[in-house]
Design a protein around this ligand. Sequence first.
Ligand code: NAD
Length: 363
Amino acid sequence: MSKLTAQDSTEHETVITTKDADSGLTAIIAIHNTQLGPAVGGCRMFPYAQEAHALRDALRLSRGMTYKSALAGLPFGGGKSVILGDPRREKTPALLRAMGAFVDMLAGRYIIAEDSGTSPDDMRVVAETTRHVTGINAQKREDPSPATAHGVFLGIIAGIRQVFGTECLAGRSVAIQGLGHVGYHLAKNLTNAGAKVYGSDINVDNLRRAKDDLGLTAVSPDEILCQPCDVLAPCAMGAVLDESSIAKLQTQIIAGAANNQLATTEDDERLRARNIVYCPDFAINAGGIIDIHHQQHNACSDTRAAALEHIGHNVANILERAQDRAVGTQQIAIAMAEEQLRASSQTNPHDSKQLLCSPGVSR
Ligand code: NAD
């Protein structure tokens, strides 16, 4: 295991990488901030073309997790792991067990969960070699994706209210990029509410399932981002909103589950300049982690539902403040999350270096 060198990793507490020849595992864990608690974040598996791309993902995703938990009022820090490889061909029990051993070296400073390319079943295998796995509880291991989809659904309603002055989804059109774990459940919520749903997926099985089950209208992956609609919901990969794609958007609202939707910080302002209301990803996609927290504490379904409602209020608050101050919504959401971190450091001063005591872990 070795420390990675990356120019923009200076704000992270820990970035470590591993290459395990026996299982074929190549993975990175990035811990951004543990001020509010242990770093919780999903494990993404993707066939990155270069290790630098995987590192960039881990750094950006872990930072987003810090903001997500802070805004959601959860006692978690921000972390993320990535496994370099094709989940359809290279994911084996040995590789997942090696990942668990890698996580275990951090002695609980990073807690792993499922993410794109990994599943709750995979986390069961990871749990054979580390107890620092979440999205599961002792008796029952639940998929957080329906809760994430519900949170996005509530965020969409907040966006619709901001733009159209109504909460009614009947007749509104929503284009979903990615019909995987979250996208499928989101499409279901939206069709149940009477919205007209367009969907796209590069995985033909996922697209067929959504079409057959929900009757949504299929759109080609090349066209989904510029589909004319009221709401665009990116639910696949990050960095889909850049200078080029923003120029072609034909939507009034962007509200989806994907992490790191903005390719650069300037894209926040680009969206505002086009009068497109962007619901910041780390605010709207917190449903999964909120649910995980409540599962851990065996909270009743009413408590879990009430906690998810918080997402709609947060998104509405962000959109209103951004409009009042004439600045980008992402900028407002980051400021709100950082305010939470500052408030916590005043009430509960905490030196994250004290946690850096596991052997072999580099900062
Ligand atoms: P998933 O892997 O189950 O689904 C993603 C889907 O997107 C897949 O079906 C994939 O084939 C499709 N896809 C990939 N590239 C595409 C493209 N260019 N065009 C169309 N479809 C494409 O992942 P998921 O769990 O549904 O998560 C979706 C996104 O939401 C990810 O960015 C993830 O990090 C984020 N997220 C997920 C959760 C959760 O609870 N699962 C929570 C927070 C954030």
